[in-house]
Design a protein around this ligand. Structure first.
Ligand code: ADP
Length: 648
């Protein structure tokens, strides 16, 4: 008999479908392994229990009968066809099953047999009679479990999150539609799925953790088992415990984070773009929080402040920039309080106490707002406008120079016409006198002719100067250098100028040795006579003009000193510019076009020499010309012992 029982239970256990048998009072007496798995109870736990414990409470009584008796009463009308019913697992989860009920024996010997077939679907299809039964069922005494169950269903089905439940095996025993939509596999595949069969080790780890009683989080791309769908999901795994606290399964709450990921990616991308802009912008950018501490600064701002970026973060401007920082902070506080920007405030690096070369900066401070309008801090934008400022200054300078050039040109035209006209009147007078005398056969005084010639020479000189100046401008003033004795040349020029000397005394300090240079003698003569003529012109009659020729190292040094009106210091460096005439010479008292020194400088410099002046207003001037000595010329004795004095 025992063998027969064992054989029967082995046979039952081998059956795929769950099977439960009850006695006449509907107490469970036999169940197979498939039933154990379906309901999550151990055989010993269920044996002797009322069968109603494997159905939801609301179905325990139907149409005034127990569910089993009701089902048995409908056997004939069903004609052996299965009926769908919700069964209830030990962990409270309801699973949809198909069942057939049969009975044998009478009275106490009656045995009721229930054959289950699990449908891998949950809750969503509830047919007669269950739904009907659910509506008709009386509220359970003393508790709202009926309401609780339906509330649970409503919650689960309408939750905006995917929810699945698994037992300790760990097989998915239930899930909502949302979960199905997120995962992309049909519910019949998902329910019954063993979570440990999934390849994702992280999921496996989370499931194990949950079953060990610890909640776990999974975030990753879930790969559908049936279709080629990958879904980025976040799953919160939470253990479920029975009344004794034992873990009897778990729940996974699944969030489809595709959208979140996309938003995060977009945010990361725009942040990266902003960060690049921030880093590479050619202007100083910074952000300070509402406490006015730097949150970030770019390299340009750090450079302008003369401190590395890390020396800013977390600090107040006053800590970074000292007292000026305090003023900056005050301006920023005004921005925070008023919500209005302060734009284009200008300051120099010196005013801001920043070391290094002077720079001009323009700073703007803006309130930085969150989308809801809340002020998050102050944005700083600092521009180094040094170059712009310099360009403005340069423009100003060029404009002033242009104005000056126009003035000089206008002056020049009136001076030039005056200068050219001045000798013409006496010249024509002299010529008229000559003509008259010759007509009358009178004696002609040679001095009249000489004076006429002087005026002619004066005009020729002026015209030559004008021609030379325009040749210089065009780069066409030709030089014909040859080995020249400068001492002889100076002597010769001074002699030829005897006629111009008026009441002046001319001293020449001539070196004892010949001074050889390689030069164009005609052009050098022009330089020497211009300097000596100026000395005559700008010093009072009776003054002594000293001309000295010396050698200094590799150079011949010619100096012309006069006791004249001198040159104001600020004008001295301009003397050699074209048309320039110092402000202490009026065209009435001192004629001239302002070209002589301009031409002289060009000639001297093109000989590799230098020309300059030392002067004091009212005391006189010395013009120096230094020219390179001819290489290989004899060495000179020291300057002090040189020279013979010549007085002309
Ligand atoms: P110009 O004598 O025809 O004006 P220059 O080019 O020779 O032209 O001289 C330029 C200016 O330099 C003069 O107008 C004068 O203001 C100043 N200058 C030149 N030589 C002397 C000097 N020896 N003493 C004082 N001023 C001088």
């Amino acid at each position: 008999m025992a063998d027969a029982t064992n054989e029967l239970s082995a046979w039952l256990d081998a059956a795929v479908d769950p099977f439960v048998a009850c006695d006449a009072h509907e107490h469970i007496c036999i169940l197979n392994s498939a039933a154990e798995r379906l309901f999550g109870w151990k055989r010993e736990e269920l044996k002797g229990q009322h069968v109603s414990c494997i159905f939801p409470q609301r179905l325990r009584e139907y149409a005034g009968k127990s569910l089993l008796r009701y089902l048995l009463s409908r056997r004939d009308s069903l004609g052996g066809r299965a009926i769908r019913v919700l069964a209830r697992r030990k962990d409270g989860v309801e699973v949809l099953v198909e069942l057939t009920v049969g009975s044998s024996g009478q009275g106490e010997k009656e045995r009721i047999v229930i054959n289950f077939r699990r449908l891998h679907e949950v809750i969503d299809t509830v047919h007669e009679p269950v739904e009907h039964a659910a509506r008709q069922v009386k509220p359970a005494p003393g508790g709202g479990s009926t309401n609780g169950d339906s509330l649970y269903r409503v919650l689960v089905e309408n939750a905006p999150l995917g929810i699945f439940h698994f037992d300790t095996t760990p097989v998915v025993t239930a899930c909502n539609d949302r979960f199905v939509r997120i995962i992309g596999s049909p519910k019949r595949i998902l329910v019954g799925l063993n979570l440990l069969s999934l390849r994702d080790e992280h999921i496996q780890h989370c499931v194990r953790e949950t079953l060990a009683g610890r909640p776990a989080d999974y975030e990753g791309e879930y790969r559908s088992v049936t279709v080629d769908k990958r879904t980025p999901v976040h799953v919160r795994f939470t253990p479920i415990r029975d009344s004794s606290g034992r873990v009897e399964g778990g729940v996974g709450i699944v969030e489809d984070i595709t959208e979140r990921r996309r938003t995060e990616r977009e945010r990361d991308e725009s942040l990266a773009q902003l960060a690049t802009l921030f880093r590479t912008a050619p202007i100083g950018l910074g952000f300070l929080d509402t406490d006015l501490r730097y949150v970030r600064v770019n390299d340009v701002l750090a450079g302008l402040n003369g401190r590395p970026p890390e020396a800013h973060v977390g600090r107040h401007p006053r800590e970074v920039l000292g007292p000026t920082g305090a003023a900056v902070e005050q301006a920023m506080r005004r921005v925070l309080e008023s919500g209005e920007p302060l734009e284009k405030r200008e300051a120099t690096s010196a005013e801001l106490g920043i070391p290094g070369p002077l720079r001009h900066m323009a700073g703007s401070f803006y309130p930085v707002r969150a989308p809801d309008g809340r002020i998050l801090g102050v944005g700083v934008l600092i521009e180094d406008i040094t170059d712009r400022r310099r360009a403005e200054e340069e423009r100003g300078r060029l404009y002033r120079e242009a104005q000056e050039a126009i003035r000089v040109r206008d002056d020049f035209l009136s001076i030039a016409s005056h200068e050219l006209k001045t000798p013409l009147t006496p010249l024509s007078l002299r010529l008229a006198t000559l003509e008259r005398r010759l007509e009358r056969g009178e004696h002609v005084d040679p001095s009249t002719l000489r004076h006429a010639r002087q005026h002619l020479l004066r005009i020729t000189g002026l015209i030559n100067d004008l021609l030379d100046a325009s040749r210089i401008e065009a780069g066409r003033l030709a030089l014909h250098p040859e080995t020249t004795r400068l001492d002889d040349l100076v002597e010769h020029v001074l002699q030829s100028m005897e006629v111009h000397r008026g009441g002046h005394t001319l001293h020449f300090e001539r070196p004892s040795q010949p001074v050889l240079v390689r030069a164009d003698p005609y052009r050098l003569e022009q330089v020497i006579s211009n300097l000596v003529e100026n000395a005559f012109k700008y010093s009072p009659d009776g003054g002594i003009i000293r001309v000295a020729l010396r050698t200094r190292g590799e150079m011949a040094l010619l100096s012309v000193t006069d006791p004249g009106i001198g040159i104001p210091p600020d004008q001295q460096k301009l003397l050699f510019d074209r048309y320039f005439r110092a402000r202490n010479v009026s065209s009435r008292s001192y004629g001239g076009l302002g070209l002589g020194l301009y031409i002289s400088r060009d000639i001297v410099e093109r000989h590799g020499g230098r020309i300059w002046v030392e002067s004091e207003v009212g005391r006189g001037s010395t013009f120096h010309v230094a020219l390179p000595l001819l290489k290989g010329a004899t060495a000179e004795p020291p300057v002090e012992q040189q020279g013979q004095q010549h007085v002309h």
